[in-house]
Design a protein around this ligand. Structure first.
Ligand code: UDP
Ligand code: MG
Length: 312
């Protein structure tokens, strides 16, 4: 197999037909040796029925259907595990990732680049959204050891080598953007014009974006824990200075009782610092909890892959 494309789909009945057509006509123009792996992430609409329809009249189409919605990360992982291509392209089902780029990606792939990454501009994005996204990337860049870049997402082509490397990471909490960057290898970035969804609606709410953002920071290192340590240390030093100055003033001027403000202030301040620190530790403990359970990332309900096609 030359090219495998992995397409996670969740309630995409409105757009999946269009995606299938555009993607296959693009791939047909490149080679006959390709497969399209649709991963149905527990859709509650007609997505799976449509996928089966494509598969019944096109041998290039494979589908994997989950027993429920496991999230895009799990869907991508499943697709990647079943992929048998020398090159694997990951793309969204809503045509926001233009299939026309695959030809160019393959060219670079053949030149020896292990990750050919498509970077989008922020044309037509909501101003506030773009602002928060940029701020977030800057923050994550500072807080973690992996390099994330604005406009770079999951749309990319991986060589067999890069894909195998990616699959060695079996962690339960997956943050692909970080994992892609963590494995390294030779990278090539190509850029494309931002596109809006061809049809249907986005699956992201503001809340889920926040969760995703926190995952990004926490899944890559323990810097937030260290940050708590430094805040604690700074608090101890400041309070020691304050205590000494208070002691000196008591020795020289005697005790003056009024101190309500400072008392309340310190209680609130340190109460807050402690709660945040415990919260951060809790986040890590929670992650450890999920990791040690070693639950599967997804459960497959139906597929037209043969048994054992999955790479563990
Ligand atoms: N997706 C998925 N499972 C989910 C949510 C989304 O497989 O739980 C897929 C979705 O079908 C699409 C891709 O992930 O192919 C990106 O989702 P969406 O277009 O809603 O995100 P956006 O482009 O708005 O970031
Ligand atoms: Mg989209």
């Amino acid at each position: 197999m030359l090219i495998s494309t992995v397409v996670p789909c969740y309630n995409e009945e409105k757009v999946i037909g269009l995606t299938y057509e555009e993607l296959s006509s693009e791939l047909r123009g490149i080679t006959d040796d390709y497969e399209i792996i649709f991963v149905d992430d527990g859709s509650r609409d007609a997505t799976l029925a449509l996928l089966k329809g494509f598969a019944s009249c096109d041998r290039h189409v494979k589908y994997i259907s989950f027993s429920r919605n496991f999230g895009k990360e799990s869907a991508m992982l499943a697709g990647l595990r079943y992929s048998s291509g020398d090159f694997t392209v990951i793309m969204d089902a809503d045509l926001q990732h233009p299939p026309e780029l695959i030809g160019k990606m393959l060219e670079y792939g053949r030149q020896g680049f292990d990750q050919v990454i498509a970077q989008r501009d922020r044309e037509g994005d909501k101003k506030t959204g773009a602002f928060f996204a940029r701020a977030y990337y800057r923050l994550v860049d500072r807080l973690t050891d992996v390099k994330l870049t604005d406009g770079i997402g999951d749309f990319r082509m991986l060589s067999r080598k890069a894909l195998d490397a990616l699959l060695t990471m079996n962690e339960y909490n997956r943050f692909s953007k970080g994992l892609f960057s963590w494995i390294g290898f030779k990278e090539k970035i190509i850029s494309y014009r931002n596109r809006s969804r061809a049809a249907g609606s986005s699956k992201w709410s503001f809340g889920s974006l926040i969760h995703y953002g926190v995952d990004g920071v926490l899944s890559f290192n323990n810097k937030p824990l260290r940050f708590c340590f430094f805040i604690g240390a700074a608090a101890i030093i400041i309070s020691l200075i304050y205590l000494i100055s208070l002691f000196v003033s008591i020795v020289f001027k005697g005790i003056d009782l009024p101190g309500y403000f400072t008392t309340i202030f310190t209680i609130c301040l340190f109460g807050g610092v402690q709660l945040i620190s415990i919260g951060i530790i809790g986040e890590y403990v929670g992650r450890i909890y999920y990791e040690v359970k070693r639950r599967p990332h997804y459960l497959v309900d139906e597929t037209n892959f043969e048994k054992g096609a999955e790479q563990k």
